[in-house]
Design a binder for this molecule. Structure first.
Ligand code: SF4
Length: 309
């Protein structure tokens, strides 16, 4: 009898649950709220929210430079909602300048990272963000690391590898700063962030410099990664459920593979392939922080069908 086991900690995190609830309370089908981009990287949740009146506007990255007027034109006085990933200060100011009511669902853990970025800059640090430069949360944090003249005082670095950091230091415009504040995208892996900080210090060992590290990683994400790794070591195959664009879902799959277990990332039950389960006696399931329980239930039900086909 094949066993199907779920990770002890998985699925909707506090920040996403909170954002979805706030938006659902603020919107009605006949009185919409316009969210700046998708509320979560999960097509099922986005569809359900749209039915309740939460309509995505193109994200601030798409509307760059023209956000206020575009949002005002589309929203026509209806509230604009900031998603759990948050936005930069300028975006907030633009929305306010156009008189649009704001429903702010930024996750408190992301807000904390934004405030640290702002504080670092005020205290004279250059901010290094270990993260994906194109990720919405990272772009939002960048938007708080600006000085009084509106100049960015932050750099996003996507890799903890020695070579990448060596190049960063060697080619830093005007020389590598002597005061550096370091933080990470909230959904990154603890091991990678630790490597980032350690490598940075090793490369600067000949030099007196001030390094201020703040742990901006999200406990919800690290807890889910630990639970996924624990389960992956005990099963023959892992199925990771979540939106294709979800960074934390992708990291969950990586964590599972690092345990030596094949892991497959699916958005829904239709993507499951019978060949994945051919020799499996124990199948594990985990899900990203933006994945609702219904999606996990549907995937598990389909696995059971495939096993009995
Ligand atoms: Fe907030 Fe963590 Fe959820 Fe991101 S993963 S929304 S930081 S609780």
């Amino acid at each position: 009898m094949v066993q199907i086991l779920r990770a002890a900690d998985m699925g909707f995190c506090m920040g996403v649950r909170r954002a979805v609830e706030i938006m659902q309370q603020a919107a009605r089908p006949d009185a919409p709220v316009y969210s700046l981009g998708e509320v979560v990287h999960n097509p099922h949740v986005v569809r359900r929210l749209e039915e309740g009146g939460v309509r995505p506007l193109p994200g601030p990255d798409v509307l760059d430079g023209n956000l206020g007027s575009e949002a005002a034109r589309i929203a026509q006085g209806r509230p604009v909602a900031i998603t759990a990933h948050g936005v930069g200060l300028r975006v907030l100011e633009e929305l306010r300048a156009y008189g649009l009511p704001i429903v702010d669902t930024t996750c408190p853990i992301v807000t904390r990272a934004q405030r640290y970025a702002q504080k670092f800059v005020r205290d004279g640090y250059h901010v290094l963000i270990f993260g994906d430069p194109g990720h919405k949360e990272v772009r939002g944090i960048l938007g708080w690391a600006i000085d009084a003249n509106g100049i960015s005082r932050a750099t996003v670095v996507e890799s903890p590898a020695m070579d990448r950091l060596r190049t960063l230091i060697a080619e830093f415009p005007g020389g590598f700063p002597s005061k550096v504040g370091v933080m990470a995208q909230t959904t990154h892996k603890m091991e990678d962030f630790a490597r980032f900080v350690a490598n940075l210090m090793l490369l600067q060992r000949e030099r007196n410099f001030e390094l201020h590290v703040v742990n901006t990683l999200c406990h919800a994400t690290t807890g889910q990664q630990e639970a996924a790794a624990w389960l992956a070591r005990r099963v023959d195959v892992m199925i990771v459920v979540g939106g294709r664009k979800s960074a934390n879902t992708r990291h969950l799959r990586e964590v599972c593979e690092e345990q030596g277990t094949p892991a497959y990332h699916v958005e829904g039950p239709d993507e499951l392939q019978p060949a994945w389960f051919e020799r499996a006696e124990r199948i594990g399931i985990t899900a990203g922080a933006s994945t609702p329980d219904e999606s996990v239930d549907a995937v598990e039900a389909r696995i059971r069908e495939l096993l009995h086909a």
